[in-house]
Design a protein around this ligand. Structure first.
Ligand code: HEM
Length: 488
C-alpha cells in the first residue's frame, strides 16, 4: 500500500477524494472542440483554475475531464493515444457496449440527448460546483463567456438538483456505500476492508498488486519533463499517474411509474417495504440486512456490514437487491464469508460521485408523500441521476458491475431477475423482469417489472492529474517545434 506521504495530493483532481458535498449546486458542461489551437489556450487557462485534492474548497470547485474524441481533437499523437484503455478509446455506444450496458430500446444511443451517434461529439467535460446558485451562475458565466472565441461549442449543460437528506429521486438516501481507500482517510478504519488506491487512481498497485494499463510516454515526447517518471521504474514518463477514468451516464427515473408498480404489487401499506427490498436499504438509508422488518433510527449511514454470516439466503436483504448486486461484499462464491470473497468483490468497486437532476416528485423527496398522490403530474417530468463514477479499469469495474452483476438474470443463483433499478429487462431476446424475495416457507416473486430507468446520454472520460492535464494541453510538441522551425 502506498502511504499517504508518498502521494502528491496536489497532483490529483479533487473529485477523486471528495464529492464536494459542501457545494450543493453543480452543473456539468459538455463541450466540443472546433479549433484545436484556441481550444488549447482555453484549456490551459481552465487547468490553472481546477481544484486539487490537497485543498477542500469552501465556495466553488472546478474539475475537468477529456473524452477520447477530445484527445484526438487536441491533436494528441497516436503513439500516446494507444496507451489509453480500450473501453475509453472505443466508447460507450459500439454495438457490443450497447448490449453489455443494456442501452437498447428506449435507452438506445440514437435516442440519447447527448453522447449518441446522432449528436455532436463531446470532447471536454467541465464539472462546476458551488455553495449557492448565484456563485454557480457566476462560475458558469466565467468559464463559458469566451468559448466561441476559443473554438469551443457548448453541446449540453447538465444541471443538477440537491434533494433533501441526500436522497435520489425514488426517495432513498444515496451515496452511503463507498469504497474505503485508506490513503484518503486521516483515520485508520479497522472496521473496513481497504480497497487499493490503484483501483481508482492510475499509477498505483491495484487489487491484483499490479499496475493497471495506462498511457506511458517516451521521454522524448516530454522535453519539458512535465510528467513524472514511471513508478514501475522504466525510463518512460507516466501520463496516467494520479489520473482516473470517469464514467458519466444520464439516467432518467420514472418516479411515479416505480411507485405505482410497487403499490400495485404490494398494496399501499407495504409499498415502501417492497421498494426497500428492491434497493436493499430503507428510504432513510438503513440497510435491510441490519434492520429487515422496519426502519430504525441511527443506522442510516452504516456501511460496515456484510451479508454471509447474517443473511446468506437473502431472507433479510433479497439476493437481487440493487446494493447487494452492485457491491456483494462477502456474499459471493466460491468461499462466501471469507476474505477471498471480499477481495473478489473489491476488484469491482466504484467511487460514485453523481448527482440528481430535475425537480423532485414532492419537495420532501419522501416516498410516503409520493404515495399520497401518484397522479399529481399531468405530464411526465424529466428527472433522474447524472451517474458519475471513477475507476482505474472501466471494463473490470463499471462495465462489469452493470453487465455481470446488475443485468445478469442468473446473478447469485437467480433466474430471470435483473437489478430492479438499473438492470436490463431483456437479454439475448429474452424478457427478464422478475424480482424474487427469498422468504419462508415460499419465496415471493414479483413479475412483469418494467424499466424504471432510461439512459439519456453517456460517455467515458479521462480525468487527468495536474501534470497530465498540462502535458495534454501542450501537445503536440513535435508539430509545434516543426512549425516554429519552418517559421524561423
Ligand atoms: C437512476 C439510477 C440509480 C439509482 C436510483 C440508484 C440508487 C441507489 C441507492 C438508493 C443506493 C443506496 C445508497 C448507498 O448505498 O449509497 C445505491 C447504492 C449503490 N449503487 Fe446505485 N443507483 C442508480 C444507478 C447505479 C448504477 C448505474 C450503478 C453502477 C453500475 C450503481 C451502483 C451502486 C453501488 C456500487 C452502490 C453502493 C452499494 C454498496 O456499497 O452497498 N448505481 N444506488
Amino acid at each position: 500500500m502506498a502511504t499517504a506521504g508518498d502521494i502528491d495530493f496536489s497532483d490529483i483532481q479533487g473529485l477523486v477524494v471528495r464529492g464536494y458535498g459542501g457545494l450543493p449546486e453543480a452543473c456539468y458542461l459538455l463541450l466540443r472542440i472546433r479549433e484545436r489551437e484556441p481550444a488549447r489556450v482555453w484549456l490551459q487557462a481552465r487547468l490553472a483554475e481546477l481544484s486539487y485534492a490537497d485543498n477542500r474548497p469552501r465556495q466553488q470547485a472546478l474539475n475537468l475531464a477529456l473524452s477520447y474524441h477530445g484527445l484526438v481533437a487536441l491533436g494528441i499523437e497516436e503513439e500516446i493515444l494507444v496507451g489509453f484503455a480500450d473501453p475509453f478509446r472505443s466508447g460507450m455506444t459500439t454495438p457490443h457496449k450497447r448490449r453489455l450496458l443494456g442501452d437498447e430500446g428506449g435507452s438506445a444511443p440514437e435516442r440519447w440527448q447527448w453522447g449518441g451517434p446522432d449528436s455532436p461529439p463531446v470532447d471536454i467535460l467541465l464539472l462546476c460546483f458551488a455553495d449557492g446558485r448565484t456563485r454557480l451562475a457566476k462560475l458558469l458565466a466565467s468559464v463559458t463567456d469566451d468559448l466561441d472565441s476559443h473554438g469551443l461549442t457548448e453541446v449540453a449543460r447538465l444541471d443538477t438538483q440537491s434533494l433533501p437528506d441526500f436522497r435520489e429521486h425514488f426517495g432513498f438516501r444515496d451515496s452511503i456505500g463507498q469504497p474505503y481507500v485508506a490513503e484518503f482517510d486521516r483515520q485508520t478504519r479497522a472496521d473496513r476492508h481497504p480497497v487499493p488506491l490503484g483501483e481508482f487512481l492510475l499509477g498505483y498497485p491495484n487489487g491484483y498488486q499490479r499496475y493497471t494499463q495506462r498511457p506511458l510516454v517516451e521521454a522524448g515526447l516530454d522535453p519539458q519533463a512535465l510528467l513524472a517518471t514511471d513508478p514501475q521504474g522504466s525510463p518512460l514518463r507516466d501520463l496516467g499517474l494520479n489520473g482516473s477514468y470517469l464514467v458519466l451516464r444520464q439516467l432518467a427515473q420514472d418516479v411515479p411509474g416505480f411507485w405505482r408498480f410497487v403499490r400495485d404489487q404490494a398494496g399501499a401499506g407495504s409499498a415502501v417495504a417492497l421498494a426497500a427490498r428492491m434497493v436493499g436499504r430503507w428510504p432513510s438509508g438503513t440497510a435491510l440486512v441490519q434492520s429487515p422488518d422496519g426502519d430504525v433510527p441511527g443506522l442510516e449511514d452504516k456501511d460496515n456490514f456484510a451479508y454471509h454470516a447474517s443473511d446468506s439466503e437473502g431472507l433479510k436483504c433479497p439476493l437481487g437487491a440493487h446494493i447487494r448486486r452492485t457491491h456483494p461484499r462477502d456474499s459471493l462464491a466460491p468461499e462466501p464469508g471469507s476474505d477471498k470473497s471480499i477481495a473478489f468483490s473489491n476488484r469491482h468497486r466504484l467511487l460514485r460521485r453523481g448527482r440528481a437532476y430535475g425537480p423532485p416528485f414532492d419537495p420532501s423527496a419522501d416516498p410516503v408523500r409520493y404515495l399520497a398522490d401518484l397522479d399529481r403530474e399531468p405530464e411526465p417530468v424529466e428527472r433522474g441521476l447524472h451517474f458519475i463514477c471513477l475507476n482505474a479499469n472501466i471494463g473490470r469495474q463499471f462495465e462489469f458491475v452493470q453487465h455481470t452483476w446488475a443485468s445478469n438474470p442468473n446473478f447469485n443463483g437467480l433466474y430471470r431477475d435483473p437489478d430492479p433499478l438499473i438492470g436490463a429487462r431483456t437479454a439475448h431476446g429474452q424478457r427478464q423482469d422478475q424480482f424474487t424475495i427469498q422468504q419462508r416457507p415460499l419465496r415471493r416473486q414479483v413479475r412483469g417489472m418494467p424499466a424504471f430507468v432510461t439512459t439519456r446520454g453517456g460517455g467515458y472520460f479521462f480525468l487527468p492529474s495536474r501534470r497530465g492535464g498540462q502535458f495534454l494541453a501542450q501537445r503536440p510538441v513535435r508539430q509545434r517545434i516543426a512549425n516554429k522551425r519552418a517559421a524561423d
